[in-house]
Structure formats: structure tokens, C-alpha cells
Design a protein around this ligand. Structure first.
Ligand code: DX5
Ligand code: ZN
Length: 234
């Protein structure tokens, strides 16, 4: 079983203390930083651009993962790569040339991921999963933080996990939206290997370090609960 990684989403951070909060997340054991980019067109919200990636690059050694919720992602890849992005997650929806986009990410020497929205079937990934390092199953509709986790996505995470096992076992399976200590065991059990969390990390009154510890405990809880069953099945 792959170790489950945590990717704090800075969308929920206090932007006046962004550097400080990212450093705290790194020290608390975060594995990568998730940067949500929105253009007010692909999703009904605006967020951040390459300048944020450039600033973060100077305060953390963690990989910076850029989730592009924008139309025409190809137009911005170079700029984000120059700013210090390590990986890109682009959407399956609305991209007539997804394979080309993925190849462009690869040509920049970056890791490539493809995201699917809640209404997009797992099978949509079948012809692209070979070419990517990561698949992201959205567990809310993209565009906003702090939304309710969509329960029906758990079964889809499981289907995507099976697809990955069959076609590209090295590929990561990421989930994004409504991930907290309650939903973590559900998605990890379904096969998620990277958990994006915004409000459950940066929106917790107890602080970033305690919030990360709580999510890590939720990951372990799943592992402890299911290890014996998996062993007896062998
Ligand atoms: C939503 C973004 C998410 C968001 C998750 O469109 O892609 O990364 O920050 O926020 P939470 O964890 O608060 O649901
Ligand atoms: Zn995201």
C-alpha cells in the first residue's frame, strides 16, 4: 500500500500570513502544497496566479502542485513553471486537446495530473491514465473551499483506483474537496493516496500543526482498521 500524502490547499490560508502558514504546514509534515488557480470562467470564482507560486518557492522546499481550474491551461504553463511549479493538475472537462496539454507539461519537465469533476465518469480517464503521474477525483464541484463532501464520489474513487491498478500502478490518486478527519478514512479506504485539504488545515481554530496531526491520525485510523482484514484475505 502506498503511503498516503497530505497536500494542504492554500485557498483556505490567511493570505496576510501565507508564508508563515506554509512553513508551519511543512514542519508539521505536509508532503506538498496545493495551489488552486481559478479564472472566473472555468469556475465561478477568482483566486491566484504565478506571483503566489513565485513567493511560495522562496519559503518552502515542498513540491508546489498547481491545480488549474481555468480555460486554456496551455497558455499559462510556461509562466507557472518559471515561477517554480513542480506539477500541474489540469481538468479533463472543456479540454479538446488534453493529451497535448499533458505532453506540454511533460516537455517542461513537470509532473502531470488530470482532474475529473463529480459528474464526469471514472471511465473518462481510461485513455489518459497511462500518460499521467496523478489523477485527481474532485469530491466537490470545483470553485470554492469549505464545501460539503459529495458522498457518491467515494465509489468513483474506488473505480479510479481499480483503473490505476490495471493501467498505471505508479500513478497517484488524489482527492480534493471536503476532506477532513471524518471523510479521510472513507477516501483512503477507497484507494486515495494524496489528500488535498484546505479548511481542515488552514481553517481550524486549533492551528495548522494540530490540524495536520488530526488528519494524519485519521489516515492511520483507516490503516489500523483495515490491515487485519487485508492480511486475512491473502
Ligand atoms: C476547490 C479546490 C480545493 C479547495 C478545497 O475547487 O480545488 O482545492 O481548496 O477546499 P476544502 O478542503 O476546504 O474543501
Ligand atoms: Zn484544488
Amino acid at each position: 500500500m502506498k503511503a498516503v500524502k497530505l497536500a494542504p490547499s492554500i485557498l483556505a490560508a490567511d493570505f496576510a500570513r501565507l508564508g508563515e502558514q506554509v512553513v508551519e504546514a511543512e514542519q508539521a509534515g505536509a508532503d506538498r502544497i496545493h495551489v488552486d488557480v481559478m479564472d472566473g470562467h472555468f469556475v465561478p470564482n477568482l483566486s491566484m496566479g504565478p506571483a503566489i507560486v513565485d513567493s511560495l518557492r522562496r519559503v518552502t522546499h515542498l513540491p508546489l502542485e498547481v491545480h488549474l481550474m481555468i480555460s486554456d491551461p496551455d497558455l499559462y504553463l510556461d509562466e507557472f513553471a518559471a515561477a517554480g511549479a513542480d506539477s500541474f493538475v489540469v481538468h479533463w472537462e472543456g479540454n479538446n486537446n488534453l493529451h497535448r496539454t499533458v505532453q506540454r507539461v511533460r516537455a517542461l519537465g513537470k509532473r502531470a495530473g488530470v482532474a475529473i469533476n463529480p459528474a464526469t465518469p471514472a471511465m473518462a480517464l481510461e485513455e489518459i491514465v497511462h500518460d499521467v503521474d496523478l489523477v485527481l477525483v474532485m469530491t466537490v464541484n470545483p470553485g470554492f473551499g469549505h464545501q460539503h463532501f459529495i458522498q457518491t464520489t467515494v465509489a468513483k474513487v474506488r473505480r479510479v483506483s481499480e483503473l490505476i491498478a490495471r493501467f498505471n500502478p505508479a500513478c497517484d490518486l488524489e482527492v480534493d474537496g471536503g476532506i477532513d478527519a471524518t471523510t479521510t478514512p472513507l477516501v483512503v479506504r477507497a484507494g486515495a493516496t494524496v489528500l488535498v485539504a484546505g479548511s481542515a488545515i488552514f481553517g481550524e481554530p486549533e492551528g495548522v500543526t494540530a490540524a495536520i496531526a488530526r488528519l494524519q491520525a485519521a489516515i492511520r485510523q483507516r490503516e489500523e482498521q483495515h490491515e487485519p482484514a487485508e492480511q486475512s484475505a491473502l
